[in-house]
Design a protein around this ligand. Structure first.
Ligand SMILES: [Fe+2]
Length: 190
């Protein structure tokens, strides 16, 4: 189930709540130095302590009319970071992260997250829905099943920052009212 965590300090990573916020390049430097997959609490801590300027974000901005657009920022064997750009009404399929943990920061706009439960006998079942505004963070533990999107009534673009630990591989996808589980591999366009 997705969780909102309180701000926390972690001096072992060089980041703490009272220190200067990280820039995007500062966060990338920390992520690229990771040699083991960081915990979900650590992903939250980094995102809570990061402030991304418009100049730093610009290379990762780009929207498509058909579906949301994934822009890769950095990736190694332990962790990856992406910027996702969403027009109103664009959303993911219902999916889990197949063993990866993920944290999402809303950079601008409004994001909806719907969560689900699943068992083989009953199939997929709705669990909860929540909205997140700029500066808010949500995350997916294992084995969370969820759907993210920009509400069609938001009337504005959505930009979100995602960190996954370990990096995403093949994901499971689900359909409402069905016990069928499919697979899906996200593709970075660039
Ligand atoms: Fe997800």
């Amino acid at each position: 189930m997705s969780t909102l965590l309180e701000p926390s300090a972690n001096s072992a990573t060089g980041v703490c709540s009272n220190s200067q916020p990280l820039s995007l390049s500062g966060l990338v430097k920390i992520l690229e130095s990771q040699t083991t997959s960081p915990s979900l609490a650590q992903l939250y801590n980094w995102l809570e302590n990061t402030r991304i300027s418009a100049d730093e974000l610009r290379p990762y901005l780009g929207f498509k009319e058909g579906t949301y657009w994934r822009h890769a920022v950095c990736r190694n064997e332990s962790v990856e970071m992406l910027v996702l750009c969403w027009r109103p009404g664009q959303r993911t399929v219902i999916h889990d992260h197949n063993g990866s943990q993920g944290a999402v920061l809303v950079q601008q706009g409004v994001m909806w997250e719907t969560t689900f439960t699943y068992d083989e006998a009953r199939g997929l079942a709705y669990n909860s829905a929540c909205g997140y505004e700029a500066g808010q963070i949500t995350g997916a533990d294992v084995p969370d099943i969820h759907q993210l999107g920009n509400p069609d009534v938001s009337e504005r673009d959505l930009v979100t920052i995602h960190i996954y630990s370990p990096p995403l591989g093949v994901l499971h996808t689900y359909k409402p009212g069905s016990a069928l589980v499919d697979i899906y591999t996200p593709v970075d366009p660039d």
